[in-house]
Ligand binder design. Structure first.
Ligand SMILES: Nc1nc2c(ncn2[C@@H]2O[C@H](COP(=O)(O)OP(=O)(O)OP(=O)(O)O)[C@@H](O)[C@H]2O)c(=O)[nH]1
Ligand SMILES: [Mg+2]
Length: 483
């Protein structure tokens, strides 16, 4: 979503990096480009101008530090200011003190993603050891209560509903019922409207008075761009918002709303949602996001994502196998499935420092995953454990079964063989644990590169007709969503 801004900013940085001295003109030129990049990403005009002014002043006032590249110093100023723009420190959730349950009220326009977000938050907090209760306070839309019930059943989380009654009494009663449900955090899923109106605001304010929520989170849709910021402003005039959740960050929205929200409205972004699935919710960290936007990667989030999908026991078993060089195609298949659970490959690679900007224009072929899976799945158990037994006849059979060519199968086997060679060498170096192990970080880059040498398992292609097709697909998706 921030691809184009990352790309533009990296171009600007290249013009200043390596310069022995930055003149006023250099800085002015660079900041002109930064401003264009921000505006192109749909950042609010006023916010962009103020940001550029701040960076310019700081960059021109930079003290020359001997031995430090002024260009790098400039990038650091941009990074620091971007972190500040996004809110500085991570804004956590304010949990109620003592035995009181915490009340979290969600509000926002129709279709912004409140109900989905309620489910995602409940899932997240349950995983953190809390006992959430979802409250169906949307009596506006007949299907709304059912939608929340379905989510609750899926997550095995109780849902408070009440036949008849108005939203205010439902919410009030849910707080008294929390104890009965053994719940310590109550998530109120309120009704949305197409536009901000007095009736909606009156209702939301009455719910607030009846339940004294610790958090009133404004849920907004990144796809509506700057009007998300305007709507936040309107909500804030009537309700003491404590934070915001930006949804649909997986869409081709340019991200400007997320960048402008804090500075324009003073409301801190607390979560971002990146998909329809219930695990597609991330806590918003200004520093990590700034790193991602500047193409510096976000290793911390990458590791967290990996931890959320990788089972520790499985990982330990895998390490043993790697160390003993008994890694089979079946293990490989399981690893692919874990990686796919973590999100799109491009998204993941973008979190690796230095890779983000290089990915621009590259069409990471996610279909390759499927090809590899299809080929491995059409092998017998014996073949997967012992690829050496695959001869010409077997290869043909596998290819036919997977709908691929003999060459595809041959290539996969060759690459798997090379990978095994590398893991074998790493195993001998004790990199996968065990006695006398040497940690990966402690290896010199030379040693690491001597380990590498195989070709990439995943082809990547220059953007072309495929990228255009993807764009078309995305448009189609968007249309579907609107319906
Ligand atoms: N792609 C994507 N879709 C999302 C995301 N969050 C929600 N949606 C989708 O957006 C649509 C509306 O979501 P809801 O959660 O029903 O929105 P709501 O605010 O509760 O809507 P109302 O109750 O009608 O006001 C659904 O189709 C969701 O699947 C997200 O982060 N990414
Ligand atoms: Mg809803």
């Amino acid at each position: 979503m921030f691809e184009s801004i990352t790309d533009s900013l990296n171009k600007v940085f290249r013009t200043v990096l390596g310069k022995a001295k930055l003149s006023e003109d250099n800085v002015a030129d660079a900041m002109k480009e930064v401003r264009i990049a921000l505006l192109e990403a749909d950042v609010n005009n006023r916010v962009a101008a103020a940001f550029v002014d701040r960076v310019k002043t700081l960059a021109l006032g930079m003290e020359v530090i001997p031995g430090i590249d002024p260009g790098q110093q400039f990038v650091k100023v941009v990074y620091d200011q971007l972190v500040a723009l996004l809110g500085g420190a991570t804004a956590g959730i304010e949990w109620a003190a003592g035995k009181q349950p915490t009340v979290i009220m969600l509000c926002g326009l129709q279709g912004s993603g409140k109900t989905t977000t309620a489910g995602k938050l409940a899932r997240r907090w349950k995983a953190e050891g809390k006992r959430p209760l979802l409250v169906a306070a949307d009596v506006q839309r007949p299907a709304a209560i059912e939608q929340l019930k379905v989510l609750g059943a899926q997550l095995d989380i109780p849902v408070f509903t009440q036949a008849g009654g108005n939203p205010v009494s439902i919410c009030r009663n849910s707080v008294s019922a929390a104890q009965l449900h053994g719940a310590d955090c109550i998530i109120l899923d309120t009704a949305g409207r197409l536009h901000v109106d007095d009736e909606l605001m009156g209702e939301l304010d009455a719910i607030r008075q009846a339940t004294s929520p610790q958090e009133i989170l404004f849920v907004c849709d990144a796809m509506i761009g700057q009007s998300a910021v305007d709507t936040a402003e309107e909500f804030k005039r009537r309700l003491p918002l404590t934070g915001a959740v930006m949804t649909k960050m997986d869409s081709d929205a340019r991200g400007g709303a997320a960048l402008s929200l804090r500075e324009s409205t003073g409301v801190a972004l607390k979560f971002i949602a990146t998909g329809e699935k219930l695990d597609a919710l991330e806590e918003f960290h200004p520093d990590r996001m700034a790193g991602r936007i500047l193409g510096m990667g976000d290793v911390v989030s990458l590791v967290e994502r990996a931890q959320s999908v990788i089972d520790e026991k499985e990982a330990a078993a895998l390490q043993e196998k790697l160390a003993a060089n008994q890694f089979t195609l079946d293990d490989f298949l399981a690893q692919l499935a874990s990686i796919r659970k973590m999100g799109s490959l491009k998204d993941l690679l973008g979190m690796i420092p230095g890779l983000g900007s290089q990915l621009k224009g590259m069409d990471i072929d996610e279909g390759q995953f499927k090809n590899i899976e299809a080929i491995i799945q059409s092998m017998t158990k014996a073949e997967r454990a012992n690829p050496e037994i695959i001869d010409g006849r077997r290869r043909r059979r596998i290819a036919r079964g997977a709908g691929k060519t003999d060459k595809d199968v041959g290539e996969l086997l060759k690459q798997f063989g090379e990978m095994r060679k590398i893991t074998g060498r790493m195993g001998r170096l004790g990199l996968f644990g065990g006695k006398g192990q040497q940690k990966l970080e402690s290896l010199s880059p030379g040693a690491l590169s001597s380990l590498a040498g195989g070709r990439s398992l995943f082809g990547s292609k220059k953007a072309g007709s495929k990228a255009q097709q993807k764009k078309k697909d995305r448009k189609k998706d968007k249309k579907k969503r609107r319906k």
